[in-house]
Design a protein around this ligand. Structure first.
Ligand code: AMP
Length: 212
């Protein structure tokens, strides 16, 4: 049996059509079901739908052999115990710094609010900028409005969320898209299945690239 751990939300919506093109379709509608495990059109493949931050954990321990997860999660939480053989090119966005529009930057230590504390620590350290990192779990753009932080590090897609809150994007830290990850031991134990899946996803991506 091969289990694929999928990231729920925006990434799931873009993953399902690709999986369908690769011949893997859940037997019931994932969006309207409260289930977490879904059999598929392939007898030996099932899907689980979980939070992105949990996907590398399931795959690292081999509870799922394969996962689909955003590069932002892999950068922040590390990719120990997994291979990253395929960039699906979906759910594209950027990990960026942002601040209130027109803000005059003060010297000295910056207070930075983010969910991505490890990525942010490395980024500012590389620039030689001293920071105090404030870990938040959501609505990062609220922090500067409430004087909790000078800047944020967050995911930016259209930039609408930032603009709606009087902020502007500043520097790109990383370009993000969703990746296939594979448990290292499963790459050997489930070699044929994993290789077959990756090949079919790759050709689904190639077809898409040719506008079919
Ligand atoms: P936007 O207003 O289009 O710039 O989208 C910004 C918000 O949407 C961010 O704060 C993220 O929480 C979320 N978001 C946008 N794209 C993604 C993505 N590919 N993966 C995860 N979250 C995203």
């Amino acid at each position: 049996m091969l289990t694929i751990a999928l990231t729920k939300g925006r990434i799931l919506q873009e993953t399902l059509p690709l999986l369908a093109k690769a011949g893997v379709e859940p037997l019931e509608d994932i969006h309207s079901s409260r289930k977490l495990i879904f059999p598929t059109t392939l007898d030996d493949v099932s899907l689980v739908v979980i939070r992105g931050t949990d996907v590398p954990t399931y795959v690292r321990y081999g509870a799922a052999q394969v996962g689909v997860v955003g590069k932002d999660i892999l950068l922040e939480h590390g990719a120990d115990g997994v291979y990253e053989p395929l960039d699906l090119g979906i759910a594209r966005c950027r990990l960026m710094t942002a601040a209130p529009t027109g803000r005059i930057r003060s010297r000295g230590k910056l207070r930075v609010a983010t969910k991505f504390v490890n990525v942010a620590r490395d980024f500012y350290a590389e620039k030689g900028q001293q920071v105090e990192l404030i870990k938040l779990y959501g609505a990062m753009e609220l922090a500067p409005l409430m004087n909790l932080a000078d800047e944020i590090v967050d995911i930016v897609d259209t930039g609408n969320t930032l603009r709606a809150n009087g902020m502007e994007p500043l520097e790109i830290i990383a370009d993000i898209s969703s990746r296939i990850i594979v448990n290292k031991a499963a790459m050997r134990s489930h070699h044929a299945q994993v290789r077959h899946l990756i090949e079919r996803l790759q050709s689904a991506l190639d077809d898409r690239g040719q506008g079919q």
